[in-house]
Design a binder for this molecule. Structure first.
Ligand code: NAG
Ligand code: NAG
Ligand code: NAG
Ligand code: NAG
Ligand code: NAG
Ligand code: NAG
Length: 802
């Protein structure tokens, strides 16, 4: 703050400045010349990018907090994309940003003290300029860029802004603050892009999933260039092989931003130019409870169905209204170590990480002993998964409740502590609740953040009677007396309380319903299906699973997850049976059998029904892959697994079973190849992790068969080349015909039995989609969302594609 600068008379420093201001006083300017400044007191002291997308100047909140910022001019609430001084706001009077003669851009407070400055002191900066990209640059002679705001992002990355080794996006502290918070997005030391909660006491990485290693998450740590960027179309690519696309990708001229939000999630947004609101076009985590630290220490996140935080019994919120601080114990923890203690069971709750000790294949009693034997143990997690897994916890962090978690937390509390008045949230699984939203299926992940903002409700301990199951077992000198007594029954209670609406059947019941498994409807890899009639006269299909070895509780948890999935293009599960060695699933009965029976037999489907099938299957899969918060990969999509209802509406059967058998054997996920020859993606044969793109491949085969009306195995394809699959050859031949301008290529492909009665545009769209779905390189295959979108565009009755 050299004295020469402080004496500069406002805005009259040089002839050029005067001339410039004179020429541009009424129109918005995008340039600040050397020696001039922007004042906090003058609202019109703003730089605007040439196309007016971005503005730069003082951004104020309340009376006396101002930040030198860049924001979107057209977004409804002036969304900020960059801030110079987020952690040190400037005064609402007398503050200014000057481009000093010395070359630095400097933000000074009312008393002249420097709040922020660029590292361009003693350079020959000529001007500051706000570009159309949202980048504020300091330019020297020869248009050389000496400094740019793109090198110092705050919580947002704009299209074409390079994200590199030393840059970091840091979330805001909370929705009402611009200060640096605890969540950040960065390149980790092993070259992998990550999200971390880095709080005052605890830090914990939560994305990509800490349950898998780098490659299991589809990343690599071998490329040390550490760069990431995304383009205007919404394609993101990074050196660790993270790649994704916005759900509205391809639409140029959409304003986008990638922001790490104050809730710890990383989201790509698109601006709706008619409303000025942002919609989400991609997000890193679909389940917000997986964000570590979102509920603070000791507290528990549950979906109700929006994520909400609550305190466990014996704990209360540390600072009402602020879940960042979590919950504090209502008893003296140091004292409780010497006291008699009891354990309170929280069904289906777990705290991630911070284990003191782990033991597998152990009993509940020995797990409890392990916790009692360690003064640091605040709770233990016990699940029957894998023959009794026991984790003792030194810190209670990242708590969440999910009915599909097959275990419980046992909280250690002083025996004197009264817990009868306590309640915790029961919550639901983070899974598709229902199919109420047929219309939104084209863009399932897009919703206005204004209408669906997460609520963090403070639940008082006596609030609303909700299913809290409390178990006490007094443990002190005499707890041994209770060994092997009482506990199993109490556990049982816990499970019954979370039973979802669909039913558990007894084996006798199902044996009777199916008339001792008399009428077999079909047989697949996982078992045979029988027709049955329940006592309430509902007709059902009963699937008898073979080779399911996992325990009852795991099976129960998995199946109740599947039972909650409800969509018009998915076969509904009504219940199950798990008794001794018997594992059966009860489904709604579909009268019109499977697609292959209609497509390949002497009778055949009309074009309208074929298109309906292609669209319906795509909607069902898109729902499983994208809208269902818990992603479900089907792994065995084929005409035999597509059932038709009386209106020829397709319904996908057998989803979720891949996951069921996955947990059966050893824990290496998807180690066993699943699927049906001909419909299986090439990556099953390699070591690549299995993603939803395997279903996209199978879907591509199915829709090509729908068009041709012949099973793939019977295709005759011209121009055979060695080492090429039938499908690759088919795709190559079709592409060549299109390129060569052959007019009747589509007529050659479509089922001749239709006698030309089909929509040419719909058929062309389906064949083109089919070919892109069966690309060898899974990254080239579209997502199911994109497929639905493309099909919806040519859904018109007369079949004209828009
Ligand atoms: C200012 O910092 C940026 C980013 O760290 C760097 O690239 C640039 O060379 C620096 N400029 C000067 C003049 O030191
Ligand atoms: C590393 O990543 C960069 C950026 O994605 C890419 O250009 C480069 O080819 C990669 N290097 C290697 C060795 O894969
Ligand atoms: C929004 O942007 C699209 C794409 O550029 C354009 O077609 C449309 O007219 C715009 N709408 C408004 C209200 O500006
Ligand atoms: C907890 O108990 C210990 C031991 O009696 C005592 O020193 C400490 O002050 C107590 N702490 C609180 C917060 O009451
Ligand atoms: C875990 O528990 C076992 C058995 O009690 C004990 O031997 C071991 O030392 C414990 N490990 C740690 C890290 O506390
Ligand atoms: C708790 O679970 C029960 C049984 O599933 C349900 O009826 C009740 O509505 C749930 N309460 C809340 C607050 O979600």
């Amino acid at each position: 703050m050299g004295s020469s600068q402080t004496s500069i008379p406002p805005k009259t420093i040089s002839f050029f400045t005067v001339l410039f201001l004179f020429l541009s006083t009424s129109s918005a300017q995008n340039v600040l010349l050397r020696g001039s400044y922007l004042s906090v007191e003058d609202d019109s002291d703003i730089l605007t990018s040439p196309e007016k997308t971005f503005s730069c100047g003082f951004y104020g909140m309340g009376q006396n907090a101002y930040w030198f910022s860049i924001w979107f001019t057209n977004s409804k609430d002036r969304t900020v994309v960059w801030m110079a001084n987020r952690d040190r706001p400037a005064n609402g009077r007398g503050s200014r940003v000057s481009l000093r003669r010395g070359g630095a851009m400097v933000l000074t407070d009312v008393d002249g003290s420097i709040i922020w400055e660029t590292n361009t002191t003693s350079t020959d900066v000529e001007r500051a300029e706000l570009l159309d990209t949202g980048n504020l640059v300091l330019i020297g002679p020869g248009s050389k860029i000496l400094w740019q705001s793109f090198d110092f992002p705050t919580d947002t990355l704009l299209p074409n802004q390079l994200f590199i080794k030393r840059t970091k996006l840091i979330a805001r502290l909370h929705s009402g603050s611009y200060a640096s918070g605890y969540f950040s997005f960065f390149f980790d030391n092993d070259n992998v892009l990550r999200l971390i909660y880095d709080g005052p006491d605890i830090s914990s990485i939560y994305w990509p999933s800490p349950d898998f290693d780098v490659f299991g998450n589809g990343r690599t740590n071998y490329n040390s260039s550490r760069t990431a960027v995304y383009d205007e179309m919404g394609h993101f690519i990074s050196s660790d092989q993270l790649q994704f696309s916005a759900s509205d990708t391809g639409l140029l001229r959409i304003e986008r931003r990638l922001t790490i939000d104050h809730d710890g999630n990383l989201r790509l947004y698109s601006l709706k130019n008619d409303t000025g609101l942002w919609v989400i076009s991609w997000q890193a985590l679909s389940q917000l409870c997986n964000v570590h630290g979102i509920c603070g220490i000791n507290s528990i996140c549950a979906y109700t169905p929006d994520p909400e935080c609550s305190c466990p019994p014996g704990y209360e919120i540390t600072e009402p209204g602020n879940w960042n601080k979590g919950c504090k114990p209502m008893f003296n923890q140091t004292l409780s170590q010497s006291q008699q203690v009891k354990f309170v069971q929280l069904p289906h709750v777990d705290y991630w990480g911070f284990d003191l000790n782990f033991s597998a294949s152990t009993t509940l009693d020995s797990c409890m002993e392990l916790c009692l034997g360690d003064y640091r143990c605040k709770a233990f997690s016990y699940s029957l998964d894998g023959g009794g897994r026991c984790f003792t916890k030194g810190v209670l962090f990242n708590g969440y409740r999910s009915p599909s978690f097959p275990g419980n937390i046992y909280l250690r509390l002083p025996v004197s502590f009264e817990t009868s008045q306590l309640r915790i949230l029961n919550g639901t699984d983070p899974i598709c609740q229902s199919s109420e939203s047929e219309t939104t299926i084209g863009s399932p992940s897009m919703y206005s953040i204004n209408t669906k903002r997460t609520r963090w409700v403070y639940f008082y301990s006596f609030a609303s009677a909700i299913g809290f199951i409390e178990l006490l077992f007094i443990v002190s000198g005499w707890w041994f007396l209770f060994r092997n007594r009482g506990l199993p029954n109490l556990m049982e209670d816990g499970y019954h309380a979370v039973l979802s609406p669909f039913r558990r059947f007894t084996y006798t019941e199902l044996k009777k319903a199916t008339n001792n498994f008399k009428e077999e409807l079909g047989r697949g890899g996982s078992g045979a299906v029988y027709k049955g009639i329940l006592t309430d006269e509902r007709v059902v299909a009963v699937k008898r699973l073979e080779n399911m070895y996992q325990g009852e509780d795991v099976f129960w948890a998995e199946v109740s997850t599947i039972g909650k999935i409800n969509h018009m293009n998915l076969v509904r599960m009504w219940g199950f049976c798990s008794e001794g060695k018997h594992r059966l699933l009860v489904y709604e009965y579909m009268e019109y059998q499977s697609l292959d029976k209609h497509l390949f037999s002497p009778t055949f489907l009309q074009w309208k029904d074929r298109f309906k099938a292609a669209l319906g299957i795509a909607k069902g899969l898109a729902y499983l892959h994208h809208e269902c918060l818990e992603w479900v990969i089907h792994c065995d999509v084929k005409p035999g697994n597509i059932l038709l209802d009386s209106g020829f509406e397709p319904k996908i059967a057998d989803f979720g079973l891949a996951k069921l058998s996955q947990r059966g054997g050893n824990s290496s996920d998807f180690s066993q190849i699943r699927g049906t020859k001909g419909y299986m993606a090439p990556e099953w044969a390699t070591n690549l992790p299995v993603t939803a793109k395997v279903d996209v491949y199978s879907y591509g085969v199915v829709i090509l068969e729908i068009v041709k009306g012949i099973p793939l195995s019977n295709w005759v394809i011209e121009g055979r080349e060695e080492h090429e699959s039938d499908l690759a050859r088919f795709g190559r031949v079709v592409k060549r015909k299109i390129q060569c301008g052959e007019v009747s290529w589509i007529e050659e492909i479509v089922d001749p039995r239709l006698n030309g009665k089909f929509s040419r545009n719909q058929a062309t769209t389906i064949v083109e989609l089919g070919i892109s779905c069966v690309e060898e390189d899974r990254n080239k295959r579209p997502t199911m969302d994109a497929v639905v979108q493309a099909l919806l565009e040519c859904q018109d009755v007369d079949g004209r594609c828009s």
